[in-house]
Structure formats: structure tokens, C-alpha cells
Design a protein around this ligand. Structure first.
Ligand code: ADP
Ligand code: MG
Length: 715
């Protein structure tokens, strides 16, 4: 009988010959507990023996796989502080090669005379002879004499070697015989996929590289399809089970707003406003993500949506991630909303009253809070600005029509549930989530696949490029000179202090230290202030207010200023130890300047060469800095980030449940993501409960988290 993945997942690895409790414990450390885990512990690469290098043809400076039998082996103890050295001589019949290991005395035991192995590394010259120093090893067994050998992620520390995986996987494949094929025939045909059973054989024991590649193509698709199906089904289910408001887009308020803007909307803004308006008129609640770089003009788009609700007699909520930002949003909204009036059924003689906006955060308490809550319930407040507590707490609107959530990365099923019935009559408000941390399209399709996505890519006219300079330690003096120059010209500056691990206590201490140093030394004579997360809220606000008003010239801060702080007069951003920050974070920080008419500068400062620090870490940091200097396009940076850091970047906390991207790469497999999306939509359209795709449904259950499962599969 053909086996399901679930059945393989129910079989512990101890079912295999040669895997006892001890080995099982070790395997569990790399998350391999079941036969299914083992079969999805995929080869890292293949050794194509038709491509291996013979010792006679090996050349210095080349990287090569060399096969050889150990002819002699010796360990030379280190002298003084020198390292112990193990030296092997190997032969493949065409010549001899010297293999050297430093500080790995156990290699002599692992590779006794007469044993055979593959050695991979870069050939170097040792006193006129070829040698491989600290090569990667692949031990060979009799049964591994395949033309193509799979090389698995191995661990010397855990003593888990490729050859072990080859033999366990070989046995697992033999004993599981045939696997269930979950894909419908049309889909297999459409992409010319090999079947599931062939794919698992092909990826682990291919007879040609082409077979391995075809197997990978199939298994990658399976992973991506499972994700896309989950997302599409979730989206469809929400659409089918919730009733929204069909807003009427033709009203005076939006017209009034657009007519009074001091600028022309960009083409992107127009397009996105049209997309949103289209959503708002439908009875299916909107659930849209708006991606747009810092300064791309998301606010006016959001206000358009909010006013669409208000002009139909509903209310709008605008949520920010922090109180400071909520207050700032309120400040930003006021001028856009000035002079707008709404019909008033109540007491006004003229039948109209000014549009009412209120701020509700945890700071607003007592009588004031009571007043706002009452007015909200009565419908006398049109727009409510605040933190996301707005929708979670027992805040009752008369009729909440549109919710805008700024910079909120996670807005999940639970939050959506909290929105139920805020609109009254069982209707769900329309939701627009905005983010200034763009992610590439295929990634968005995967991470936010249950949302519709709009993008503001075009920058408003007249935006200046922020000159970005990577200042290596020795050039730091020039950075401070520039800060001084700008400040003397009437402008303001930010200095962002190094990130220190996870501890905001340490971070605060270090910011304090930097502040004192700059005040006493590099920036003496200027007016500086310090801002970090551990200061009392009142003090933080007072400082921000003074900075905004121009009373402070240089703000020394931790990343608390990362998101959304808007002071157009600030023209210099200095980030210390910039290589410790991620691309997205640096891009956000840089976006704090260049918000006014003046030319702006961003200095990414890194320690002088040779300063302490983990070299590898620093190199990766440097690739990020180079990208930032090269471009200020957030989408391009997002692609670079994905390339450097991999998929983890985009999933973050949104990825719950079992991670299913073992083989697929959102970078490498962009096209497959789209194919999987198309297939998921076609399947979900034809069969929204997967009643006719029983095997796919079984598989999804293996991967989605239990909360989601109940939601997805109840019919
Ligand atoms: P963000 O996308 O970062 O939220 P904002 O909406 O805060 O951007 O807009 C940044 C600045 O650009 C604001 O001062 C806003 O008034 C201005 N702005 C928005 N759209 C345009 C436009 N089409 N032309 C010129 N300036 C614009
Ligand atoms: Mg904004």
C-alpha cells in the first residue's frame, strides 16, 4: 500500500537497522526523529564521480573532490603552542597527495591506513608538493559505489556522516516502497513532474544530475504548494465567512481631501487608491497589505480609505505600533483633515459639524477616556488614532468601517477575530495594513499570501537621494565635522548608538556613554540630548518634543527612533557600529532624514580595521553596508537582504507551525512560487474544502499549526 507522509512521520528512526536509542538521540538534535524527517533531510550537494579530479590532474589553487585510499597516516604533536598535525598520504593510482589536518587527532582513527574516502578542498602548495589542508571528508562504503553520491549536511561533532545518512535513507526508501501521489494528474502533466516516489528516490539516489534536478523541482513545488494552499484556503475561508461593508466611494470627503492636497498624487498613489476603493465597495472585507518605502506617501492613501468610511456614516481607526507614533500620526493627520465637515444628525443648527479625530492610548485615562469612549459609541468620533489596543480592548465603536494598521508586521487570525462585529450588525471592518519594510514579491506572496498586496514603488517628485557614506573608523572625524557643519547651518542630526545584544539595559548604558563622550569631545558646544528605551515615557516625549521644535541639535539615541519619527529639519543620520544592524533597520534609520527640502546625509560608521569583533560577522555586515551605499530603493535592498540572509528574514514571527521550506528557496525558486500560487488558486476555486483532494488535505494537516487546521478544515 502506498504510504502517506503522515505515516512516515509516525515511524521513528529507530525502526531502521543501525539506529538505536543513542543514535536516535543524536539525530533528534538535528530535528530528525521520524522516517519522514530523515527523507526530508535532503542532500546538500552531490558528488559526481564522473567529475572528480584525479590526483595527477589536480592543480594548486583549484577546489576539487579527490578520491583516495589512505597509504600512510601519522600524527605529529604540536611544538610549544603549535597545533597538533595529522598527516595522511593518499593515492588514487594516478599519484599521491598529502592531506593535513590541524588539531583533529581523531582523524587518524577515522581514516586508518587502507580506508577510502573522498576529500574536498582547495589544493595548496606545500614545499613544492600538492596538499589539501583540513579538507571536507566523505567516507565511502562498498554500497555507495554509485556514480552520483549524495552529500548530506554532516556533523563531526555529533559524529553524523554522509555515509550514515546514505545508508539509512537507502533503507528507508527500500522499506517505504511506494508513496502516495497527492497531486492531481492535470498538475503533474502541466509541469511535467516526476511522481512523489520517484522524486524521493531521485533526490537521494540519483543516477544522473538531471534526475536529481528533476526530483528537486518536484519536491520544491510540493513545499511551495502546501504553503500556498494553506494561505489561499485561509483567505477564501475568511472571505466566505465574513460579511463586510459595501462602502460607497462617491462622496464629498475624499474629493475634498484630494482637491486640497498641496501636491500631485504620484501614479502609484492613484493606482493604489483605486485598488483600495475597489476593495471597499465589495461586501467581502478588505484585507490588504500596502508596502511602500519610507516617504513613499502611504499616509494620504490611508486617509483616503478612512474618509471613504466616514463619508458613508462609518468610523475609521488608525493604529500605530507605539504611543509616540500614534501621537505623531495624529499631528500628521490634522492638516489633511482641517476644514472637513460631516453631516450631523444631532444638535447642530447647520446640520454639519467638523470631522472629529481623537487620540486613544494607554496614557489617556480617567474622565477623558470615558468621554472618548462614550463619543465613540455614540458615533460622535469619526476617526480614532491610537495603538493597536484600539481594536483588542473593549472599545466599542458605533460602526467601525475601516481600520488602518501602520508598521504592524503581524496581523493574524486572532486580530482579525477581534475585529468581528466592530462594524455592527455582524459586519467586519475593512483592514489596510501598511509596512515600510518592503519584501520581494515572491516572498510577499508566501509570507502574506492571505492578504492582497499593493505596492507604492514610485517616490513623490522632488525627493532627494540621501547621500550615504560608509565611514570606516579612521574617517570618523570627518563625520563629526559634517554633523557640526549641518548643525551650524541650522539643521539637526541623529546619532544612533550600537546595538548590544538583546539587553536594553546594556544598550541604554552604552548610549549614555556615547552621549557623554560626544558631548564632552567630538560634539562639544552643541546641544545634545539622549533618548533610549529605559527612560521614563514622559522624559522621552519631552525630549522628542524639544527635538521636533528645534531646541535640541543632536539627538543621541538607540533604535527607538527607528520607525516613523518625522522631523524634516534633521539632515544627518549617523549610525555607529552600523555593521551590527540589518539592512532593513539601516534603511529605516536612514529614512529619518531626507524628509525636508535640504540635502541629507547618512553615515554608516564601522570600527577601524583590526578592531575587535568576529571577522565573519563583520564581512557579512559589510555586504549590507555596500548595498545601502549603492541604492536607496527599499525593494532592491529587500532582494539583497533575502540573498544575504535567506528566507528567515521574511518569515520572522509570521511563520508558525512546522517549517516546511527545507528545499525551496524564495530566491532561487521565484518561478515555482508563482506556479504554486496559480495551482493553489485553481484547486481552491474548484474545491474549497479539499473534499476531492483528500491526499492534499491530509498533507496540509501535517504542516499547518493546529489553530489554523481547525479554521481551515471545518466545513
Ligand atoms: P510614508 O509612506 O513614509 O508614511 P508619508 O505618507 O508620511 O510617507 O509621506 C511623506 C511625505 O511626503 C509627507 O510629508 C507627505 O505630505 C509627502 N507626500 C506624500 N505624497 C506626496 C506626493 N505625491 N508628492 C509630494 N509629496 C508627497
Ligand atoms: Mg508613515
Amino acid at each position: 500500500m502506498a504510504k502517506r507522509l503522515r505515516e512516515l512521520d509516525d515511524l521513528p528512526v529507530t525502526k531502521l537497522t543501525g539506529v538505536g536509542p543513542e543514535r536516535a538521540k543524536v539525530l533528534a538534535q538535528i530535528d530528525v526523529s521520524s522516517i519522514f524527517d530523515l527523507l526530508t533531510h535532503y542532500p546538500r550537494r552531490y558528488l559526481d564521480k564522473t567529475k572528480q579530479t584525479s590526483i595527477r590532474d589536480a592543480r594548486v589553487e583549484e577546489s576539487a573532490w579527490v578520491f583516495g585510499r589512505v597509504v600512510s597516516s601519522a600524527t605529529v604533536p604540536g611544538r610549544g603552542r603549535g597545533k597538533a598535525r595529522t598527516e595522511l598520504r593518499i593515492s588514487d593510482g594516478s599519484g599521491y597527495l598529502r592531506i593535513t589536518f590541524f588539531n583533529q587527532p581523531w582523524r587518524a582513527r577515522q581514516l586508518p591506513e587502507g580506508s577510502e574516502a573522498m576529500f574536498f578542498g582547495k589544493l595548496t602548495d606545500y614545499r613544492g608538493r600538492l596538499q589539501l589542508a583540513n579538507p571536507e571528508i566523505d567516507l565511502l562504503d562498498e554500497e555507495d559505489r554509485l556514480q552520483i553520491t549524495a552529500i548530506y549536511p554532516q556533523s563531526d561533532k555529533l559524529r553524523l556522516y554522509s555515509k550514515d545518512f546514505r545508508s539509512w535513507v537507502g533503507e528507508a526508501l527500500r522499506r517505504s516502497t511506494e508513496l502516495v501521489e497527492p497531486l492531481p494528474a492535470w498538475l503533474l502533466d502541466q509541469h511535467d513532474f516526476v511522481d512523489r516516489t520517484a522524486a524521493f528516490h531521485g533526490i537521494h539516489r540519483p543516477e544522473s544530475m538531471r534526475e536529481a534536478e528533476e526530483a528537486r523541482r518536484r519536491l520544491v513545488f510540493d513545499e511551495l504548494l502546501r504553503i500556498q494552499l494553506t494561505l489561499v484556503l485561509r483567505k477564501r475561508r475568511i472571505e466566505a465567512t465574513s460579511q463586510g461593508i459595501a462602502h460607497d466611494p462617491s462622496g464629498a470627503l475624499v474629493e475634498h481631501l484630494l482637491g486640497r492636497l498641496p501636491f500631485e498624487l504620484t501614479g502609484d498613489q492613484r493606482r493604489v487608491i483605486a485598488e483600495i476603493t475597489e476593495d471597499l465597495t465589495r461586501t467581502i472585507p478588505m484585507h490588504r497589505l500596502l508596502q511602500g518605502d519610507v516617504g513613499s506617501g502611504k499616509t494620504v492613501v490611508a486617509v483616503t480609505a478612512l474618509l471613504t468610511a466616514v463619508q458613508g456614516g462609518h468610523q475609521g481607526a488608525f493604529m500605530a505600533p507605539t504611543e509616540v507614533l500614534a501621537e505623531q500620526h495624529l499631528t500628521g493627520l490634522r492638516p489633511l483633515l482641517a476644514g472637513i465637515t460631516v453631516p450631523d444628525a444631532g444638535t447642530s443648527l447647520f446640520g454639519e459639524r467638523p470631522l472629529t479625530v481623537e487620540l486613544l492610548t494607554n496614557k489617556v485615562g480617567g474622565k477623558e477616556r470615558q468621554r472618548i469612549l462614550r463619543a465613540l459609541a455614540a458615533g460622535d468620533v469619526d476617526l480614532l488614532v491610537g495603538t493597536h489596543a484600539l481594536i483588542q480592548e473593549a472599545v466599542a465603536f458605533r460602526s467601525l468601517g475601516v481600520v488602518v494598521i501602520d508598521e504592524q508586521h503581524r496581523f493574524g487570525v486572532e486580530q482579525r477575530a477581534a475585529l468581528k462585529d466592530k462594524a455592527g450588525g455582524g459586519a467586519v471592518p475593512d483592514v489596510l495594513v501598511m509596512t515600510a519594510t518592503p519584501i520581494p514579491r515572491t516572498a510577499a506572496m508566501t509570507v502574506y499570501g492571505d492578504l492582497d498586496v499593493s505596492v507604492l514603488q514610485e517616490k513623490p517628485a522632488g525627493r532627494q537621494r540621501i547621500e550615504t557614506v560608509w565611514a570606516k573608523g579612521d574617517d570618523e572625524a570627518e563625520v563629526w565635522a559634517k554633523v557640526r557643519e549641518e548643525v551650524l547651518a541650522g539643521r539637526q542630526a541623529y546619532v544612533v548608538c550600537p546595538l548590544i545584544g538583546e539587553s536594553d539595559k546594556l544598550e541604554a548604558a552604552s548610549a549614555e556613554e556615547t552621549f557623554q563622550r560626544l558631548e564632552a569631545d567630538e560634539l562639544s558646544g552643541l546641544s545634545l540630548a539622549l533618548l533610549h528605551g529605559r527612560l521614563p515615557a514622559a522624559e522621552k516625549e519631552a525630549t522628542m518634543a524639544r527635538f521636533r521644535a528645534g531646541g535640541i541639535q543632536v539627538l543621541v539615541a538607540t533604535t527607538v527612533i527607528e520607525v516613523g519619527v518625522d522631523v524634516p529639519n534633521a539632515t544627518v543620520m549617523v549610525v555607529l557600529d552600523a555593521d551590527r544592524f540589518g539592512i532593513a533597520q539601516l534603511h529605516q534609520l536612514r529614512g529619518r532624514v531626507g524628509r525636508g527640502a535640504e540635502a541629507s546625509y547618512c553615515y554608516l560608521v564601522t570600527p577601524a580595521a583590526g578592531a575587535a569583533g568576529d571577522e565573519d560577522e563583520r564581512l557579512v555586515g559589510n555586504a549590507r553596508l555596500e548595498a545601502l551605499v549603492r541604492t536607496d530603493d527599499g525593494f532592491e535592498l529587500a532582494e539583497v537582504d533575502l540573498d544575504i540572509r535567506g528566507e528567515g528574514t521574511v518569515f520572522g514571527e509570521r511563520q508558525k507551525g512546522r517549517s516546511d521550506l527545507k528545499l525551496a528557496s524564495l530566491r532561487r525558486d521565484r518561478e515555482a512560487v508563482q506556479h504554486a500560487r496559480d495551482a493553489a488558486e485553481r484547486i481552491a476555486d474548484a474545491d474549497p474544502t479539499l473534499a476531492d483532494h483528500e491526499e492534499l488535505a491530509h498533507e496540509l494537516r501535517l504542516f499547518v499549526d493546529p489553530d489554523d487546521e481547525a479554521f481551515l478544515f471545518k466545513s
